[in-house]
Design a protein around this ligand. Structure first.
Ligand code: PSV
Ligand code: MN
Length: 392
């Protein structure tokens, strides 16, 4: 393959991926958490870890914040976040309201039959917009976990109207430069119907909310076998793809490391986005994972490196050449050409790019050598061991 170093370099120059604050903290499954000595126990520690990932990879300038977890006092915490941004050189990225944990939301948040509870949820959404405005964050990422567990127990149609009202009110509060991303998920925590279960529902709600509302695709939020890159292609066509939450899965929303099960799928998604050219310029990439068994910061670095490699591989495809093969229906040649980019070992070219940027050639190796994990493990051990063992 010719021009590999240039193509890879160009792709990586433009590639940025956001990391989630919750990727550094003790998370688990609904059966429990295995506490790690080095897990972040405060927002400051999350920023510190994010700063380390940025130092190692050069690709993660922003950290996604979850309002209840990272700004429990709402707007009053904005000053502290600004201080952390300066101290660690990492900016606040997408702002994620939390519509799934407060006790009031047992029967839903913005789709709750109680007008009072819907109002509570809208207040939280508006507070989240205010936080995003104050921190200069472009995206408000909304995941609505609402739904029901048993047939006949809720009115699906009335709930659609309630959601439309709440989302339109949120959209109206956005600044000109801001966007609202609507994430969908087929099931969990609701197991009969989820109010925003797929991309069609998310797209219709986005359309009803306003021009700066887009759809957020989380790779873990699909049934097995779903052709996610096709959904991505349709959303790009509709100018409605806001962003991607990347992770991997074997069964459901498993939150496994991106590319650990099916790297070819992430490659195909990246190709679809790259092939849309300029139109895809504003698609936001984020890692949305929970590292239950792996060491947190190592898992984040591993994910970023994998994302960079897969993005670089997708960039090796000469789109004109592929179009010619497609248009002349040379099936095997087209498939082999497409796959040859996926099989190509871009690691030497990626390493080359890292060195040109003054970054460590091997981020995971550099992390191990730095002693960072050992240091935070000893500094945070006491706090982590004191944390009570709670079921998530
Ligand atoms: C829900 O499964 C989700 O993907 C949403 O993006 C949440 O904000 C995130 O995970 C963290 O729980
Ligand atoms: Mn997500």
């Amino acid at each position: 393959m010719s021009g590999v170093v240039e193509r890879v370099g160009e792709a990586l120059d433009s590639f940025r991926i956001e990391i989630p604050s919750w990727g550094f903290a003790n998370t688990g499954t609904r059966f429990g958490k295995f506490l790690q000595d080095g897990a972040a126990t405060s927002v400051e520690e999350k920023f510190a870890d994010a700063g380390e990932v940025l130092r190692l990879t050069g690709a993660t300038p922003t950290i996604a914040l979850h309002v209840l977890w990272d700004l429990p006092n709402g707007l009053d915490d904005v000053g502290e976040i600004r201080r952390l941004e300066k101290k660690y050189g990492v900016h606040a990225g997408s702002i994620n309201p939390n519509l799934f944990q407060p006790q009031e939301y047992k029967f839903g948040s913005i789709a709750n039959p109680s007008a009072e509870i819907r109002q509570l949820a809208v207040h939280h959404l508006l507070d989240s917009v205010a936080i995003a405005r104050a921190l200069n964050c472009r995206d408000l990422s909304i995941w609505v976990s609402d739904g029901s567990n048993y047939p006949g127990t809720q009115s699906v149609r009335r709930r659609i109207n309630w959601m439309e009202g709440a989302l339109a009110a949120t959209h109206a509060a956005l600044a000109e430069s801001q966007r609202m991303l609507i994430e969908y998920k087929p099931f969990e925590p609701a197991f009969y119907h989820t109010d925003i279960a797929d991309w069609g529902m998310a797209l219709l709600l986005a359309r009803a909310s306003g021009s700066r509302a887009k759809v957020l695709v989380d790779t873990g939020h699909h049934y097995a076998g779903t052709n996610i890159e096709q959904i991505v292609a349709w959303l790009l066509h509709a100018d409605a793809l806001g962003g991607l939450h990347l992770n991997d899965r074997k069964y459901a929303d498993d939150d496994l490391t991106l590319g650990s099960i099916d790297p070819y799928q992430i490659f195909r998604i990246f190709y679809e986005i790259q092939s849309a050219g300029e139109e895809a310029g504003s698609v936001a990439y984020m890692i949305d994972q929970s590292h239950n068994i792996k060491s947190k910061i190592e898992a984040v670095v591993q994910s970023v490196v994998t994302a960079q490699e897969l993005f670089a591989r997708a960039a090796l495809i000469d789109r004109e050449r592929l179009s010619e093969l497609q248009d002349s229906c040379r099936v095997v040649e087209a498939e082999e050409y497409f796959r040859s980019a996926f099989w190509f070992d871009v690691r030497p070219a990626v390493q080359d790019w890292r060195e040109r940027q003054g970054l460590p050639a091997d981020p995971l190796g550099a992390l191990a050598e730095s002693g960072y994990v050992a240091r935070i493990s000893s500094e945070r051990r006491e706090k982590n061991r004191k944390a009570s063992f709670t079921y998530a």
